[in-house]
Design a protein around this ligand. Structure first.
Ligand SMILES: C[S@@+](CC[C@H](N)C(=O)[O-])C[C@H]1O[C@@H](n2cnc3c(N)ncnc32)[C@H](O)[C@@H]1O
Length: 337
């Protein structure tokens, strides 16, 4: 069995995909204590270190060397929807912490890396951001180039009824491998029916329904009442955004900020937003995934962490390729011990 470790673990979307592919998670790091709570509830045997990555150190935290280090580093400063300050932003600078930790492993650097971020990272700042990242990884001893920057979409490549394209950078260690063959074109798969993800027949508690006097209520009603059941619509800051039937709009961390971006549907009781469990399912998490009860965590925080997560269906797709690659290539191509 191969080991992996997770930086910026969130609630464990990447970890879940890695574990489904057969990896054992040796340790993980995350500084948001709500995420840590949810992570622990769902990965009870894991060693998650709660704290800022800037305080994490291989020696100080006794971090075990791993076969694969993965990390979905914060994307707000690189995303098209964010401030686009890149490495000028404190959150953008966190990428350098990954490099610092890899270097701290010395001769025991991870054999492979899997990094996740927003697709805009590939083109932002006229390509300077991705050049910086690739150059730093190469200087650390990894085979990686633009060919190994893979765009994977939760809908197109995994069948979820949510368009959610993310960038994955796969790097292989020059100490263990002769090259980096990760330049796949993923197969396009059939989309699953949105009805399997939404509990339309079940009337929910009042919290989920839009106030009768909400100023956007009539616009949402107008949009949804002329569409088939299971249609979704989204309240943006100042307008209602219609959504193609059969799809859920991309779920984002903004869902936690007052609930405005949580998609709405129309059921027998009125206009209601998707529940946290529906959002989890639409992200590809299994129904067995545990969320804290409302008495222990504000719903806004739960929506936010769901919107921030990597879809386990997407991470599983990549994790299986990485697992197979390690199984087939590690021994014969191994150059260093
Ligand atoms: C995009 S989310 C990660 C999603 C996660 N990798 C997954 O698989 O679902 C980024 C995470 O980085 C965490 N984070 C941001 N700044 C951090 C820091 N300085 N130290 C540790 N974690 C941090 C956030 O709390 C957030 O959970």
């Amino acid at each position: 069995m191969f080991n992996c470790a997770s930086l910026f673990a969130g609630i464990g979307g990447l970890c879940m995909g890695m574990e489904r592919a057969g990896f054992n998670t040796a340790w993980a790091n995350e500084f948001n204590l709500d995420c840590v709570r949810v992570y622990k509830d769902n990965f009870p045997n894991s060693n998650i270190i709660a704290g800022d990555i800037r305080e994490l150190s291989v020696e100080g935290n006794n971090l075990a060397p791993v076969d694969v280090l993965h990390g979905g580093f914060p994307c707000q400063s690189f995303s098209a929807a964010g401030n686009r300050l890149g490495f000028e932003d404190e959150r953008g600078k966190l990428f350098h912490q990954i490099i610092r930790l890899i270097e701290e492993f010395g001769e025991k650097k991870p054999k492979m890396l899997l990094l996740e971020n927003a697709p805009n990272l590939l083109i932002g700042d006229d390509g300077e951001w991705i050049e910086t990242i690739l150059t730093e990884l190469q200087l650390c001893g990894y085979w990686v180039s633009k060919r190994n920057c893979l765009l994977v979409d939760a809908n197109k490549h995994c069948g979820l009824p949510q368009r959610r394209e993310r960038l994955f950078i796969v790097a292989t260690s020059q100490d263990y491998f002769l090259d980096n063959p990760f330049d796949y074109n993923f197969d396009v798969v059939e989309k699953e029916d949105i009805q399997n993800f939404i509990e339309l027949e079940e009337v929910k508690e009042d919290y989920y329904y839009l106030d009768k006097d909400n100023r956007f209520g009539s616009k949402l009603n107008e949009d949804l009442s002329k569409k088939p059941n299971y249609s979704l619509s989204q309240l943006r800051k100042t307008y209602v955004r219609p959504v193609e039937y059969g799809f859920c709009p991309t779920l984002t961390a903004n869902m936690g900020a007052g609930g405005h971006n949580v998609p709405f549907l129309l059921d027998a009781k009125g206009l209601r937003k998707l529940t946290e469990s529906e959002c989890l399912k639409l992200q590809g998490f299994p129904e067995t995934f545990k969320l804290p009860p409302a008495s222990e965590m504000a719903k806004g925080k739960i929506y936010q962490m769901i919107g921030n997560s990597v879809s386990p269906r997407v991470s599983e797709l990549l994790a299986k390729l990485i697992y197979n690659y390690l199984s087939e290539n590690l021994d014969e191509n191994r150059l260093a011990v």
